[in-house]
Ligand binder design. Sequence first.
Ligand code: GLC
Ligand code: MG
Length: 449
Amino acid sequence: MLLAKVATHYRKIRGTKTMKSLADAGLLDRINGSARLMIVSDLDSTMVDHDDSENLSLLRFNALWEAYYRHDSLLVFSTGRSPTSYQKLRNKKPLLTPDITILSVGTEITYGESMVPDTGWTHHLNRKWNRDIVVEETAKFPELAPQSETQQRPHKVSFFVEKVKALEIMSFLSEHLEKRGLDVKIIYSSGIALDILPKSAGKGEALAYLLQNFEVDGKVPLHTLVCGDSGNDSEMFTIPKVHGVMVSNAQDEFLQWYKQNAKNNPNIIHATERCAAGIIQAIGNFCLGPNVSPRDIKDFKKCNVDIFSPGHEVVKFYLLYERWRRAEVDKSEQFVKNLKSGFCPFGIFVHPSGIEQPFHQCLDYMAKLYGDKTEHQFRVWVDRVSSAQIGSDTWLVRFYKWELSGDERQCCVTTVLMSLKQPDGFTWVHMHQTWLEGSRARDQTAWCF
Ligand code: GLC
Ligand code: MG
């Protein structure tokens, strides 16, 4: 319904920069046809579990995404957070880089890593919207406590309000604002947050707009999975043809909405798992593709992975590396020998310090570091894996390799030349790393791979 209703309108505004922004962000190059899967996920208490200080389910999702989906699928984060508070979350949690970021409850859409804003979308939200009037009218309700300045945005005015008062205030407010000529949407989330937006904004409308743009270009994703936990997510679940997962820890107001509006929709599930684990569960439930995270595979030798891909190769190597330094695998010569067999004996690693070393020397050094990170909550993850086949059996692979150790977080932009040797998989031929700006290790010599 929503999609059909807004289609004509969006057709008018899409002549703007949306598709160009997608192309500029490198999105359309990577995905030639339609994305195989588009995941549109809320962040707080959906992708990110604030009760999980080790971020285990998020890291499981990351490994799954980079190993099997990154090359042909789209990751979209849709959050209530403003750009500043989104950045804060990124600095704190091991979040992947999404292809598209929808911020401030669907009032801001940006593309790619550099977050190119969709100005056409913002422009379209000005209709029957006047921020000053919203501020003026809401000031009449002492129960409404304004959220911090950083959460206030051009098309979003946000408050905190107690659950018992929320409903009444919402109905009063919409009446008042309508009388003053505005067309707004008032959303209550997490039993505390109240947002006022233009009627044409919101997470659902923003998603409908994206899908419409893809449709015009004949590039609608094969499957779309929306993921959420609270009131402002419910709109996304009304978009036709999408699958939806309410994570197990979903809020009352969202479950209530589900009971009243979507109970008989077989495309929506209430997961039994929390946050990102619930997303992985939904991928399996709806058969949207691989749903076993490489993090859940204890022994890669015993597991018949039938998808050999550079993404999987990189994720697997760094998992083994993490387990070695966390002493989660047996300390054996065989383990190091197996790792070595995946590297070309004469291959060179150009360390981010600029020093060049043969791979085997680096692996011998790594062997000495067994268990050195057991006390450091050491975690490794890769982001934005991309690869290009440059010869009959040769791939050039590029990714961001992150390492968390205690409070320190470092990242290297990494390029690897790999060759495919059937039936053993990939051999690493050459590797090169540079520090991502601002994430250089204080002690460069402590950086191993
Ligand atoms: C996020 C935003 C907040 C908003 C809430 C609900 O927490 O930071 O401003 O009110 O989501 O949408
Ligand atoms: Mg949430």
